[in-house]
Structures are given as C-alpha cells and as structure tokens.
Design a protein around this ligand. Sequence first.
Ligand code: PBG
Length: 323
Amino acid sequence: MYTRPRRNRKSSAIRAMVEETKIGSEHLIYPIFLKDGTNVKEEISSLPNNFRWSIDRLLPEIEACMKLGVMTYDLFPAVEEHLKDKTATYSYAEDNFYLHAIRKLKETFPEIVLMSDVAMDPYSSDGHDGLVENGIILNDETLPILSKMSLAQAQAGIDIIGPSDMMDGRVGSIRETLDINGFTDVSIMSYSVKYASAFYGPFRDALNSAPKHGDKKTYQMNPANKREALLEAELDFMEGADMLMVKPALCYLDVIHLLKENFNIPITAYNVSGECAMVYAAAANGWLNYDLAISEMLLSMRRAGADAILTYFAKDFATLLKK
Ligand code: PBG
C-alpha cells in the first residue's frame, strides 16, 4: 500500500491541519421570535429552547449572543390575531411593535446586523404569504404590499431585507422601492429557492401563521425540482438580490452546492425549525448527542457551499465553539 489516508488522521493536530471546511460564529444567523409587550419569554413547545421575546427581555439575550460572536439576527413577529387582516396592513403600521423593536435594537447595538422577513403570513388573516382572493394567491397585487412592508422596515433601520414569500418579481419591486426612497444601502437576502416543505411546522406554531386553508404549493417550490432552483436564483440575481438563500437546508444540500457553483454572490442556507426540532427531540430522548449532531449538521451545510447559515442552534453552537 502506497497510499494510506489514515496517515492524515493520526493526530488531532494533523486532522486540524488538513481540515477542509471551517465554520465560525461569524457564519451564523440567529432567528428570533418577537412578541409585543413587556417581560415576555415564552417557550415554543415544538421548538424547545426557543422563545417569543418581548424587546425588554430580548436585549440582554442579544448582548449574551454577541459575546459569543453571533452578530446577525433574523427577526420574526408573532402578531396578535385581532391585528391580522386580508392585506397585512399591520406590517407597515406606525405602532407596529416589530418596527419599534428593530429601532430599539439598532439604537442599543449599532454594530449588529439585523435581518427581517418579508411575507404577508405573520400579518395575514388567511395565513398566506400573498394576497388571497377566492382561494387564489395573487402575485402582482401582492408586490406593492411587500414593497411597503420592506420600506417600513428600512425606515426602522433594518440592514438586510429577507423576502420569504416566493412571489415572482418581488426582489425587483422591493429593490426599486428601496432605491427611490434613498435606501440604496439596505441589502436583500432573497429566499430564492424555498421549497414547499414539511419542516416549517414549529415555525408556524411560533407565529401561529399556518395557512387557514390550502397549502403553499402554488408559490413555494416542488421538492422534486433542482433545475428550477437555477431559474429562481437567476431571476433574483438579475433583479438585484445581494445574497441567495436555499431553504430548508438539510434535505437540499445538493441545491446549496448547485447555487454555489453557479452564482458569484454569497449563498446562505436556512436550517429550518423542523430540522432543528428533530435534533432537540432526539437529544432529549438520549438518542443523539446534541453537540456532535448540531456540529455535523452545520458543517455539512458549509461543506455544501453555504457562506452563512440561519439556524436555531446559533447560540448553542457558538457556545460550543468557545469551549
Ligand atoms: C414565512 C416564513 C416561513 C419560514 C420563514 N419565513 C414559513 C412558511 O413559509 O410557511 C419558515 C422558517 C422555519 O421553519 O424555521 N414566509
């Protein structure tokens, strides 16, 4: 035998020297659920160790995460049912607690990066990402609503807009609205390749945002399709997206890799709620080692080509890295 791959694995130092993929806390984006009020920290039953926070309780939590090196946060609003309507008007209302929270966070921690989610579902009485008429999700009529929502978030101080709605043409529409209003520095990380997935369940529990009727298959992608991912990514790229996202991550590592090979802008992966819930559940039952499992999962996404990863494991993984 001339070649023995095991020689490159014979000590921890050698293994580290030839390690191909690195992952640090700078690659992590932490999704956070926000709720109106004060002194709120409610655990999400299907996503243990994740909470709906009121802004006062969230501030010290963000400070703790920053100390661990987590600098980017994606914020999601849990909106009271009575504030939801057909056209998601609360999403850009003056007194919207989510917009106030963005202001407060940027004021308190100017150095953090804040990302928003843009879609109608948390604010919609139909629980869909777009405007619903006679059971149909309207595309073009949704675009001005998404643009208005994005503009309100930009005015509140958001750094990155994250359109997660999968309407056609929304990146271009949002980019144009931001630019004509002087927000040329606000970035867009597009949920370009978002599949109609079974793994969003705990997230919809967190926001009580599940569709009231039907499913999301007329706008989110068919999990069987990969070439179509290139089309979605190309459109968003042409319309001005600064970064492209693949969502979910774990079942779609091949798609992450495909985008990385084909686009010269950063590629991000969303390690979604259901993917994390599986690990929480298995670890709680003693069926998996939590630390090893999350490390391997996040590493696989980086190896596939993700520049950054949105993950509910962000704080725990950053804690592990410090050890
Ligand atoms: C809203 C949105 C969803 C997620 C992020 N933004 C749910 C959905 O599309 O139904 C899911 C994230 C997760 O499961 O962690 N458009």
